[in-house]
Design a protein around this ligand. Structure first.
Ligand SMILES: *Cc1c(COP(=O)(O)O)cnc(C)c1O
Length: 501
């Protein structure tokens, strides 16, 4: 494609994306295609002769769009948000247009230096001290994997340069809560610790890791001759946005020389608000942390921020230094190939640069505050409504709730009573009139609530998912798409009540 054709089609496609964003609200949030439907619309063989992209816009409309689930839709309440602000789209366009590969400083100095600056801006924006140095990874999963590799190498004094884990005489142990994201388990397995040496420690009634249970697990491992190595603390778990008690965990980690990695994938963005930083009190004593500007902040997937206190250690673990990659500037500059797993790197910093310049930190802060207020509003409605229960505290933007048909309660209702300790609570009884005998089992309640979610999702205006909270099925309303305003949350609440009826 020559630049003239690019210019013409490019303008057309920018218009197409802009039109798409403008009419997002009219589209059903979830794709309605059946398996194989998209594939069947495409030729099974590659074109022998190019068509110069003739008819590509029609194909996008007919083939691609029906198979898109709209993460930027104002009715997006599923999983966590994955906002791609339009400024970020432009940043990515520029990145592709320039097409640089930033593995070494010399292979495009701007890739490295814009990333240096933007990651330092981001560090300041979330209130981290200069003790931390940041690097962009593709995902929190990769960053957590790197953290566990760094932990392994610190505890074994660089076993990788000798016999590796296979030559260690004592097995190394990784700790996290039973609510930790599956990426912690995946990282621990891939880093070679082995499933037998991953402890998913019990959590309390707010789904936060119990320090006493952690101490017990460590003591048992030490007594059995195993070596405690790493602790992953979750600030904002995926199921309920629970907050592990970080400050107490830092003390335990220091006492046992554990590498402390903090997974704040969603919550990190909220730390732009000084009034929320109590949530990760103690963060300054972590060895590493990750959060995802590609979730709540607006930098489109994939852009994960990984911060470490000891960059030299990270580079020692990650670098290979073959002769064909050495450059004259080594030692003077960062060569980002040595800060993560892949050799090649896209110019991801551009999209974050664009978002921060466009919105400013204050713009992000306003959105975070808006979303938290909207979630709090929903939590209050749930607490005040007969027949509805909240299954977890809602310190951030996710509300875990369920409907309990009258007369169908349960131990579950009493349990709900105990979960009223978080800052957003104002009291109020959501279990009114449920003194009746239990008639629905947990399974029955789960089926009832999944049916509610299915009905709401089928309506096309909203999409929400569920999570299992210690054996109970919660509908999980995750507020935080950029386009979601109070009216959308109000409409969702009305739809949930309607579906329950
Ligand atoms: C989303 C999430 C992850 C995984 O994020 P990726 O960037 O998709 O790997 C990890 N931890 C928590 C707590 C999450 O919510």
């Amino acid at each position: 494609m020559d630049p003239e054709d690019f210019r013409r089609l490019g303008h057309e496609l920018i218009d197409w994306v802009a039109d798409y964003r403008e009419r997002l609200e009219e589209l059903p949030v979830m794709s309605r295609v059946r398996p194989g439907e998209i594939r069947a619309m495409m030729p099974s063989r590659p074109p022998e002769h190019g068509d110069g992209l003739a008819g590509i816009v029609e194909d996008l409309d007919q083939i691609v769009l029906p198979g898109i689930t709209h993460w930027n839709h104002p009715g997006w309440f599923a999983y966590f948000p994955s906002n791609t602000d339009l400024s970020s789209v432009l940043g990515d366009l520029v990145s592709s247009g320039l097409g640089p590969q930033g593995m070494n400083w010399i292979t495009s100095p701007a890739c490295t230096e814009v990333e240096d600056v933007v990651m330092d801006w981001l560090r300041q924006a979330v209130g981290l001290s200069q003790a931390f140095t940041g690097v962009i990874h593709d995902s929190a999963s990769s960053a957590t994997f790197c953290a566990l590799l760094c932990a392994r190498e610190r505890t074994t004094d660089f076993s990788q340069n000798g016999g590796g884990l296979q030559a260690e005489d004592a097995p190394l142990v990784v700790y996290a809560s039973d609510q930790a994201h599956s990426s912690v388990q995946k990282g621990a397995l891939l880093a070679g610790f082995g499933a037998e040496h991953l402890r998913l420690v019990e959590t309390d009634d707010k789904y936060a890791l119990r320090p006493d249970a952690l101490e017990e697990a460590i003591a048992a491992d030490l007594a059995a001759g195993r070596r405690p190595c790493a602790l992953v603390a979750s600030i904002g778990t995926t199921a309920t946005t629970a907050l592990d008690p970080l400050r107490r965990l830092t003390e335990i980690a220091e006492r046992h020389a554990l590498w402390l990695h903090v997974d704040a994938a969603l919550a990190g963005t909220a730390m732009v608000c000084p009034e929320l930083r109590w949530m990760w009190d103690g963060i300054e004593r972590a060895d590493s942390l990750v959060f995802n500007p590609h979730k709540w902040m607006g930098a489109g997937f994939d852009l994960s921020a990984y911060y470490v206190r000891d960059p030299d250690h990270l580079v020692r673990v990650m670098s290979t230094d073959p002769s064909y990659l050495r450059t004259a500037q080594d030692g003077l500059v960062r060569n980002l190939r040595d800060w993560g797993i892949p050799l090649g790197r896209r110019f991801r910093a551009l999209k974050l640069w664009f978002v921060l310049r466009d919105q400013g930190v204050e713009g992000v802060r306003e959105r975070v505050r808006r979303d938290i207020a909207n979630a709090r509003w929903l939590a209050e409605q749930v607490d005040a409504a007969a027949g509805w229960q909240r299954l977890a505290p809602a310190p951030l933007q996710t509300v875990c709730l369920r409907h309990v048909p009258s007369g169908a309660v349960t131990a579950a209702a009493e349990d709900g009573e105990r979960r009223r300790g978080d800052a957003s609570e104002s009291g109020g009884a959501s279990e009114r009139g449920d003194a009746e005998a239990a008639s629905l089992t947990e399974e029955g309640l789960a089926a009832h609530n999944l049916a509610i979610a299915e009905r709401v999702n089928a309506g096309g205006r909203f999409y929400l998912t569920s999570s299992d909270v210690k054996g109970k099925r919660a509908l999980r309303v995750s507020v935080g798409a950029e386009a979601t305003e109070r009216r959308h949350v109000e409409a969702l609440w009305a739809a949930l009540q309607e579906a329950a009826r």
